[in-house]
Design a protein around this ligand. Sequence first.
Ligand SMILES: C[S@@+](CC[C@H](N)C(=O)[O-])C[C@H]1O[C@@H](n2cnc3c(N)ncnc32)[C@H](O)[C@@H]1O
Length: 239
Amino acid sequence: MGAITFPNVMIVSISWIVFDSKRLGSRHAKWSSRDHICPVTISARNANSPNWSNKMSITKPGKIEIAFVLMASRITRRSRYQKFIEEIGLKGGENVLDFGAGWGDNSYYIAKSLNQKGRVTALDVSEEWQTVAKKRLKEFHNIDFVQSDIRSSSLLNGSFDVIVISYVLHDIPAKERSEIIKSLAIKLKSTGFIQLREPTKERHGMPMDEIRSLMKKAGLKESNSTVGKKEFKARYSKS
Ligand SMILES: C[S@@+](CC[C@H](N)C(=O)[O-])C[C@H]1O[C@@H](n2cnc3c(N)ncnc32)[C@H](O)[C@@H]1O
């Protein structure tokens, strides 16, 4: 990827807008730069949307989508991800699962926060995003990459101190969310917790009440929640 110069940013942005409007129709070309950096998610709105289809799935990004996300990541990574991971307050020796790791920005900051005892598992169902994340994070020796559905993964039950869910749940079809949260809860240690952030806008996100109800059904208790205009953040633990 080239340097972050104004022409580079303009070329990638214009390519994306042209590509996106062709693919999704002009209504979907309205894109706010203040949204989360995942353009696929922004375009697809959410997994419940009547416009949702495999063609525009977040799990099957094309080359232009990947290029756009990586360019945006280089510009916003510190403000969007570093602060979120720092807020978790990792001590260093934790076993952390980055669920729906995508292009690896959360895993990058988690890996940097850990000492020699700690490890990150960057899990994603998407082969494309796993390839991107592996390439970007190749210098880290404390990251394990797992391309799998959490429900059928061979990750050990009760093995994680922390599970990070960052902008993933809303991308999962509504009927699968409960099963997935339950599977994640099983992977947590009894003393562990889930650190979650999800967008909550109607055109991009899911209702905060649904997140709360899913977590409750999985036997998880909420603490430290923050309700923003566009984003909901909270911690969920077993005890
Ligand atoms: C909007 S991106 C967020 C990526 C990353 N967590 C972040 O905050 O930048 C959503 C990611 O969730 C992944 N994803 C969607 N459904 C999933 C599932 N059932 N299991 C694991 N990952 C999933 C997608 O492949 C994609 O990489």
